[in-house]
Write a protein that binds this ligand. Structure first.
Ligand code: GDP
Ligand code: ZN
Length: 305
């Protein structure tokens, strides 16, 4: 039987197959050549399972080749890596311009990472119910900016169901990964999209602001009208990509487009002459905040805050 892994906690797995969730274990080892993966089977994996009559627990016997996966490398020097999730159709960053405010630097790093993984991406601006006019204006500008680049934007409130129809449509029959800072309303939002789910939500606390989390496992939730959300509670970074300075602009689509007209093929778009990106910046074709994020990634600054 074929199914999709919805949860993985060490050696226990949940697999959605034949219309229900089946507890599973793995048999033997699955390996990816060249990297030392700490978790062989991950949320999003399509797997074959074997459920023997009389058993409650099935065995995962095969993993279908992954279309993509996002990975987190260990902070220490070991070559170990942890796959966060696989087979993602869309990656959405849940952000809010109010509290706790998400910086454009964080959004841009998320989007550039998605580009590096070749995963379509977009932005959810949450807490629309408490935007004042100035913030509405600001979000509108961001929506236009990111929309032009090709990122779908949703302005929503988890408190107002009527704001969610466009997002609901975009999620239909897709595997969508939700990521975002703690406190932006990701759990509240998923609870509204999936009635009856009841993920734990919490008041914004010291914990949120310090970025302290309890769980670190991704989990997949089935949407009532088809499709899945992969929630990444406590996973601060959306995969780890070591950006090669020469390639950072490849992951800023609007800059990449212009860069074909730079005088130097290896232009870093910082101080070179006849740089089409710098010219675009001057002319307002490239936004200042996007350019600042680009430079920040180029300089390897931590803009996760
Ligand atoms: P998470 O850490 O991103 O999962 O955030 P939670 O879902 O736990 O929400 C954090 C806080 O933000 C809670 O107090 C929620 O009630 C609040 N919140 C979530 N969504 C909204 C929203 O759309 N509007 C307002 N005003 N508050 C929200
Ligand atoms: Zn250039």
């Amino acid at each position: 039987m074929r199914g999709i892994v919805t949860k993985s906690t060490g050696s226990n797995y949940s697999v959605f197959a034949g219309g229900k969730i089946i507890p599973c274990r793995i048999k033997g080892l699955f390996r990816i050549k060249g990297i030392d993966i700490t978790n062989p089977v991950v949320v999003g994996d399509e797997v074959e399972i074997d459920l023997q009559p009389g058993n409650d627990v099935a065995m995962i016997t095969n993993i279908i080749e992954r279309r993509n996966y996002i990975i987190r490398k260990s902070k220490n020097l070991s070559k170990q890596a942890h796959i966060i999730a696989s087979n993602i159709d869309l990656a959405l960053v849940v952000a809010t311009p109010v509290f706790p405010k998400t910086s454009t630097g964080f959004i841009d790093r998320f989007l550039a990472t998605a580009e590096a993984y070749s995963i379509p991406a977009g932005i959810i601006f949450n807490k629309e119910d408490i935007f004042d006019d100035e913030i509405k204006n600001y979000v509108n500008k961001l929506k236009i900016l990111y929309g032009k680049i090709g990122y779908q934007c949703f302005v929503v409130s988890a408190m107002k169901e009527e704001t969610l129809s466009e997002l609901n449509d975009a999620l239909k029959n897709k595997v969508t990964l939700f990521s975002g800072h703690s406190g932006v309303g990701k759990s509240t939002l998923i609870n509204v999209l999936i009635p009856g789910l009841n993920l734990k939500t919490s008041e914004i606390s010291e914990h949120h602001l310090k970025g302290i989390h309890t769980t670190t496992f991704a989990e997949m939730h089935l949407l009532p009208e088809g499709g899945n959300i992969i929630d990444t509670p406590g996973i601060r970074e959306f995969g780890t990509v070591e950006f090669n300075p020469a390639e950072v602009s490849h992951f800023f689509p609007e800059m990449f487009k212009l860069s074909k007209d730079c005088k130097f093929y290896n232009c870093t778009h910082t101080n070179e002459i006849k740089c089409a990106v710098l010219k675009g910046l001057e002319e307002g074709i490239i936004s200042e905040s996007r350019y600042a994020s680009y430079v920040s990634i180029l300089n390897n600054e931590d803009i996760f805050k």
